[in-house]
Design a protein around this ligand. Structure first.
Ligand code: HBI
Ligand code: FE
Length: 296
């Protein structure tokens, strides 16, 4: 799953549903048709089968504890009945991508914005914007893990501060290479990694590619390295960053980002597929299949 750049919000929000000032809406349960539930059922069945043995245990435990329906688009209030008592997080329905600052305001208050609508059947394998399946199935199960839940909260507060300091791109890279496309060490698995990033978890193609392909680099997570690394939103990742455990993310969230951001903004960025001599390289990618498309 790749996120469109929120700044390029294309379609006006669905005319029938006027969002509140914080861009939230009530989940329009009446708007789901049989096709929406069928697409949810198909994606849920496909990904839960594919993720066995590939996704981290915390994700599977989260899916179990939250108890999302396998057959119908879940009712957000029913998800919150399980999630909120556990880690204080609440999911809120939104019409789609919301402006960065609004997004971070929600995270800083333990609210996770979940797009209400489902992709169409012809978008099963690829969709530019996050839909309900990506946001709910991809992101929410880890919000019931206490350490990951604290990381997301601390990240939201840091990103809010960074966006005021004009350093949002650096924090967006941290989100991209952890929350969206992060891998976690697992010695017994292919390439020594398992998946936790929501963008991978909600994508059949990237679930297989991120763990098994020889093309991408897999590099030990380092905060400054990640914040200096550009990413593409229209291809699978050229480099994945691998954490040892969620405590590592929680420690990162305690960083004094103001001082770090001031220093990093002066540093040159790495291209998405570039390796640096100081990288802890788990696998050096063959880069096969990468169009020599330069790099954003
Ligand atoms: N809005 N609904 C929604 N979901 C997101 O994941 C999201 C967003 N707006 C901004 C945004 N993400 C980015 O700023 C982050 O991915 C960094
Ligand atoms: Fe996402």
């Amino acid at each position: 799953m790749n996120h469109a750049n929120p700044a390029r919000l294309k379609e006006p929000f669905d005319a029938g549903i006027e969002p509140r000032a914080d861009f939230t809406i009530d989940q329009p349960l009446h708007r789901y048709g049989a096709v929406d539930h069928a697409v949810w059922q198909q994606l849920y069945a496909r990904q839960t089968a594919l993720l066995e043995g590939r996704v981290c245990d915390a994700f599977l435990a989260g899916v179990e504890r939250i108890g999302m329906s396998a057959r119908r688009v879940p009712v957000f209030a029913e998800i919150n009945a399980k999630l909120t008592p556990a880690t204080g997080w609440t999911i809120v329905a939104v019409p789609g991508l919301v402006p960065d600052r609004v997004f971070f305001e929600h995270l800083a208050n333990r609210r996770f914005p979940v797009t209400w609508w489902m992709r169409r059947p012809d978008q099963l394998d690829y969709l530019q914007e996050p839909d309900c399946f990506h946001d709910l199935f991809g992101h929410v199960p880890l919000l019931i893990d206490p350490v990951f839940a604290d990381y997301m909260h601390a990240y939201g507060r840091a990103a809010l501060a960074a966006s005021d300091a004009g350093a949002l791109p650096l924090l967006a890279r941290l989100y991209w290479y952890t929350v969206e496309f992060g891998l976690i060490r697992d010695p017994g698995s292919p390439n020594g990694v398992k998946i936790y990033g929501a963008g991978i978890v909600s994508s059949k193609g990237e679930t297989l590619y991120s763990q098994q392909s020889a093309a991408p680099n897999r590099v030990g997570f380092d905060l400054e390295r990640v914040m200096r690394t550009r990413y593409r939103i229209d291809t699978f990742q050229k480099t994945y960053f691998v954490i040892d455990d969620f405590d590592q993310l929680f420690d990162v969230a305690q960083t004094d980002f103001a001082a770090l951001l001031a220093r990093l903004q002066a540093e040159p960025a790495y291209a998405a597929g570039e390796l640096s001599p100081s990288d802890r390289v788990l696998t050096q990618g063959s880069q096969e299949g990468w169009l020599n498309d330069g790099d954003v």
